[in-house]
Design a protein. Structure first.
Length: 395
C-alpha cells in the first residue's frame, strides 16, 4: 500500500499548505472514511494540524500538535487520491490499480490564500438553504439536503468549487475580462440537460457579484421547458435562457465561459471545438462516455508492443477513456489553452468524475506528441477533425 511520501512533505509545510483532500481507496484496501480534509489552524494554544474525516453521515474533526505522527497515521489509511492546494501550486497525486503513483502539478496564477481560522463553519461556496437547491429538489423546505440527493448535491458543490478556482485565477491573471453590468460575462452550458450545474453556476456568479447572462443548450424541448420554468420560479429568467439545439450546430454570440458537463461521447468534442472557435476564455468540460476512440481501437487494434492493453474489454475501455481525454487536452494546448485534467468528485458519487479545465492564454503548444500518438495508434480523434475542418488545427 502506498503511503504518499510526496504528499507528506507538502502537508508538513504549514506556511505553504492551503488545503488537502484525500479520497477513494487503493486496490484491495478497505478505507474507513469516505474523505479526509487537512489544513492548519491557529488556536489559542498555538498552530495545529486539523484533520477532518468524513463518513457517509457526518464529519469528525481533530486538531494535532504533532503533525508528523498524525500524518503518518492518516497517510497509512489507504486513500487512492490526494489533491493538495498550496500557495503556489495544485498537486494531484493518485495511485492507479497497478499501485503506481501518478503526480500532476500545475502552477497557480496567483498565490493561494490561507484560512487558518478554527471556528469557521463547514466551507461551502453555496449554502444548502439557497432557494435554487429546494426548487431543484435537492433540499427540503428547511434547506436540509435530502438523503437520496446527497450525491447530486456533492457533485454540484465540487463543480462550483472547480469553477470558482479557475474563474478567480483567470481574472487575476488577466486571461478572463472583468464583467460589468453593461458588458456581463456570457456563460454557455452546452448539453445542459436538467441544468442542476447550470443553476448552481448562476447562483455562485450572483453571490460573488459577477454580472453574467447564462444560456443553456440541449437537444430536448422537454429540458428547455423544465429549465425555463425553474428559472422563472427562481426569478432569474432575465439572466438565464434556454434553447433547443445540438451542441455542434448552435449559433451563439461568443461566450466568455463554456461549460460542457457530461455531454455524451463526441458531444464533448463538439463543445470543445465550439469553445475554441469562439475563443472562449474559460472552458470546463466533464466528459461522459468515450465510445468513439474505444470503437476505433477495437477496429484497428493496438500497435506493438501494446496489444495487451486492448485484449480485455474493460482494460480497453479504460485505456480509451484515458487516451481520449489526453488527446483532447493536447489539442487544446496546441491552440492556445492552459489545460489540466482533474478528478472533481470522488468516484463513489459518480463515475463521471474527470474535469477538463482550460484557460485561453493565446500561447500555442506543440502538436508533435499528439501527432505521433495518433499516427502510431491509427486514431482519428473527433476533436482533431473538428478543429481541422474549421481551420483551427493550430495557432
Amino acid at each position: 500500500m502506498q503511503d504518499f511520501p510526496e504528499v507528506r512533505g507538502l502537508l508538513l509545510d504549514e506556511e505553504g499548505l492551503v488545503r488537502a483532500v484525500g479520497s477513494g481507496a487503493q486496490r484491495d484496501v478497505r478505507v474507513p472514511w469516505r474523505r479526509a480534509e487537512v489544513r492548519y489552524v491557529d488556536l489559542a494554544a498555538g498552530r495545529r494540524l486539523q484533520v477532518e474525516l468524513f463518513d457517509e453521515r457526518q464529519a469528525f474533526t481533530k486538531n494535532y500538535d504533532d503533525p508528523g505522527a498524525a500524518l503518518d497515521e492518516l497517510l497509512s489509511i489507504g486513500f487512492a487520491n490526494w489533491h493538495v492546494e498550496t500557495t503556489t501550486e495544485s498537486v494531484q497525486v493518485r495511485v492507479n490499480r497497478k499501485g503506481k503513483v501518478l503526480v500532476n502539478r500545475s502552477r497557480r496564477a496567483e498565490p493561494g490564500q490561507i484560512d487558518r481560522s478554527h471556528d469557521r463553519t463547514k466551507e461551502r461556496l453555496l449554502s444548502a438553504d439557497l432557494p435554487v437547491f429546494h426548487v431543484l429538489g435537492l433540499t427540503d423546505a428547511e434547506g436540509r439536503i435530502k438523503p437520496s440527493r446527497q450525491a447530486k448535491f456533492r457533485q454540484t458543490e465540487e463543480f462550483v468549487r472547480a469553477l470558482a478556482s479557475v474563474v478567480d485565477d483567470a481574472v487575476k491573471a488577466g486571461q478572463l475580462r472583468k464583467p460589468t453590468i453593461e458588458t456581463p460575462w456570457r456563460v454557455a452550458d452546452l448539453g445542459c440537460g436538467n441544468a442542476y450545474l447550470t443553476f448552481a453556476a448562476q447562483a455562485w456568479l450572483v453571490q460573488e457579484g459577477w454580472p453574467a447572462v447564462v444560456i443553456g443548450v440541449d437537444v430536448k424541448e422537454q429540458s428547455r421547458r423544465h429549465n425555463a420554468e425553474v428559472a422563472a420560479e427562481l426569478g432569474v429568467a432575465d439572466a438565464m435562457s434556454f434553447v433547443v439545439g445540438s451542441i455542434g450546430d448552435v449559433d451563439l454570440d461568443a461566450p466568455d465561459i463554456v461549460l460542457a458537463l457530461h455531454a455524451c461521447d463526441t458531444a464533448t468534442d463538439d463543445a470543445l471545438a465550439q469553445a475554441v472557435g469562439w475563443e472562449s476564455a474559460v472552458v470546463l468540460a466533464a466528459p461522459c462516455c468515450h465510445h468513439d476512440i474505444a470503437a476505433q481501437i477495437r477496429e484497428v487494434g493496438a500497435p506493438e508492443p501494446y496489444s495487451l492493453l486492448v485484449r480485455d474489454g474493460i482494460v480497453r475501455e479504460r485505456l480509451a477513456d484515458t487516451l481520449t481525454d489526453a488527446l483532447r487536452a493536447a489539442l487544446l494546448r496546441s491552440v492556445g489553452y492552459r489545460v489540466d485534467v482533474i478528478e472533481f468528485i470522488e468516484s463513489a458519487h459518480t463515475p463521471r468524475n474527470s474535469l477538463i479545465r482550460a484557460v485561453r492564454t493565446g500561447h500555442s503548444g506543440s502538436r508533435a506528441e499528439y501527432d505521433a500518438l495518433v499516427e502510431q495508434w491509427h486514431l482519428r480523434p473527433r476533436l482533431g477533425e473538428l478543429l481541422a475542418s474549421r481551420g483551427r488545427a493550430s495557432e
